[in-house]
Design a protein around this ligand. Structure first.
Ligand code: PLP
Length: 396
C-alpha cells in the first residue's frame, strides 16, 4: 500500500519527505521554481512591457526573505509593496532593485524615507509638495511615482488635482518622476465596461502628466491584453499561482501547498456531537480525523459546518473529506468515514491547499477570495521552500 501511486504522490509534501521539521504541526510549502517560472511566463506574455513583482504583505504571506531573492534571480528588478517598512525590508533583500511603496509618505517623515532609498508612490498634492520640499536641490531631485485615480477612488491624484498639477508643473521641479500609474477596479471581470473607461481616462490624462513610463495593470489587468500593459505591469497574486479571473486562466502554475498533521482519528456513534456548540451530530457511525489547523493558522472559522451546512474540505490521497463541526483556534475535525480505503493515521498530513484544493476553492468555501486565504496563513505553520534550480537567465 505504501508504494501505491495515489493522486497525492506528485504533491510537494511527498517530494519533501524528510525535509520537514518533525515538530511542525503544519507546513506552507512554497515552490520557488514555480514562482520563478510564473514570473518568467508573465514577463514573456507582456513583453516588450516590463514585469515588476508585487510582494506586499510579506509576499502574500509566503515570505519575502525567500520570494524576493528567487524573483531577483529570475530577472525581476522592480518591486511594489504597500508600506515603507515593507519597502525597507525588500531593499535589504534586493539592494539594486527599484522598490515602490504604494502607500506613499506620512506627514513629517520625509527625512527618514530619503534615507531608505525607497521610491514612494505619491497619491495627492500635499504628498507631492512635501516630497519636493524635502529634495536637497533641483539638481538632486527625489525619486517618486505618481498615482493618478481613474475611477477606483481609493488612492491617487483626483482629476482636479491633476489639472492643478498640470497648471503648476514647477511642483515637479524637485522630483524625479520614475512612473505614472493607476489601478483598475474591475479587472477580474474582463467584460466589465469600467475597464475600458479607466483605460480611456488614463490615456486622456497623459498630456497633463510628465512623459515617463506608465503602469496600469496588476495580475488580472495584464490578462485584458496589450492595451493594458503600457510600460510596466505589477502582478502579485498571479506570481503566487493565483487565478484572479473567473473565466480565463493566467499562464501560471500553483506555487503554494499547505498541509497539517492528523492528531487523532476517532470513532463516533450516532447521536454523538463534535466540537464547540455541538453544531454537528453524527447521523451514523463516523470516522473523524482531528487535524492541527485552526483559525489561528488562517483556516477561517467560516469553514465550520453544522449538519445542514457545507463548509471546508481537506484531502487525503486525492480524496476530499468535509469539515464536521466548528473550526476552533487550533483544530478542525473532518469526516473521513467515506474514505474507507484510505489509511489515515496519527501523524499523517492532511492537504489544506494543494493539487486537490486550490486557493480559489478554499477562498470560495470561506466566503472570501484566495488573496485573503494566502495573506492570513499564520506564522505558526512552518514555511518550507523547494529551491529554484539554477537555470540560465532569459534574455534581458
Ligand atoms: C496589490 C496591488 C497590486 C497587485 O495586485 P494583484 O491583483 O495581486 O496582482 C498592484 N497594484 C496595486 C496598486 C495594488 O494595490
Amino acid at each position: 500500500m505504501s508504494d501505491a501511486k495515489t493522486p497525492g504522490d506528485d504533491s510537494l509534501i511527498a517530494q519533501l519527505a524528510g525535509k520537514i521539521p518533525a515538530q511542525s504541526a503544519g507546513v506552507v510549502i512554497v515552490d520557488l521554481q514555480r514562482l520563478s517560472d510564473n514570473w518568467r511566463a508573465l514577463q514573456s506574455l507582456v513583453a516588450p512591457a516590463k514585469c515588476a513583482a508585487t510582494v506586499k504583505a510579506d509576499a502574500y504571506g509566503l515570505g519575502v526573505a525567500e520570494v524576493v531573492p528567487a524573483l531577483t534571480a529570475a530577472g525581476a528588478d522592480t518591486f511594489f509593496v504597500a508600506t515603507l517598512d515593507e519597502a525597507v525590508g525588500v531593499r535589504s533583500l534586493a539592494p539594486d532593485a527599484t522598490v515602490f511603496a504604494l502607500n506613499g509618505i506620512f506627514p513629517g517623515t520625509t527625512a527618514a524615507v530619503i534615507e531608505t532609498g525607497v521610491v514612494p508612490v505619491l497619491s495627492s498634492l500635499p504628498e507631492v509638495d512635501e516630497w519636493g520640499a524635502a529634495a536637497p536641490s533641483r539638481r538632486h531631485p527625489l525619486p517618486c511615482a505618481l498615482h493618478v485615480d481613474t475611477g477606483l477612488n481609493r488612492l491617487g491624484l483626483s482629476a482636479p488635482e491633476i489639472q492643478k498639477l498640470a497648471a503648476n508643473m514647477h511642483l515637479l521641479d524637485r522630483l524625479d518622476v520614475k512612473l505614472v500609474m493607476s489601478h483598475l477596479a474591475c479587472a477580474d471581470e474582463p467584460k466589465n465596461p469600467k475597464n475600458a473607461q479607466q483605460l480611456s481616462i488614463f490615456h486622456r490624462l497623459q498630456p497633463l502628466l510628465p512623459s515617463v513610463p506608465l503602469s496600469l495593470a496588476a495580475s488580472d489587468g495584464l490578462m485584458l491584453g496589450p492595451d493594458y500593459h503600457f510600460d510596466l505591469v505589477r502582478p502579485g497574486y498571479a506570481l503566487y499561482g493565483g487565478q484572479a479571473l473567473s473565466d480565463q486562466t493566467a499562464p501560471v502554475k500553483p506555487v503554494v501547498e499547505v498541509y497539517a498533521r492528523v492528531l487523532q482519528v476517532r470513532t463516533l456513534a450516532p447521536g454523538q456531537t463534535i466540537g464547540y456548540s455541538a453544531s454537528f451530530a453524527a447521523e451514523r457511525m463516523m470516522r473523524v480525523a482531528v487535524i492541527a489547523a485552526g483559525y489561528a493558522d488562517g483556516y477561517l472559522r467560516h469553514l465550520s459546518t453544522a449538519n445542514t451546512e457545507q463548509g471546508g474540505h481537506v484531502a487525503f490521497a486525492g480524496k476530499l473529506a468535509p469539515v464536521a463541526g466548528r473550526v476552533s483556534m487550533d483544530l478542525i475535525t473532518v469526516d473521513v468515514t467515506d474514505l474507507e480505503d484510505t489509511p489515515i493515521e496519527r501523524g499523517d498530513w492532511a492537504q489544506i491547499i494543494g493539487p486537490d484544493i486550490s486557493i480559489e476553492d478554499i477562498g470560495r468555501a470561506s466566503g472570501t477570495i484566495g488573496y485573503e486565504v494566502l495573506t492570513r496563513l499564520s506564522p505558526r505553520f512552518t514555511r518550507v521552500y523547494t529551491p529554484a534550480s539554477t537555470r540560465p537567465q532569459p534574455e534581458a
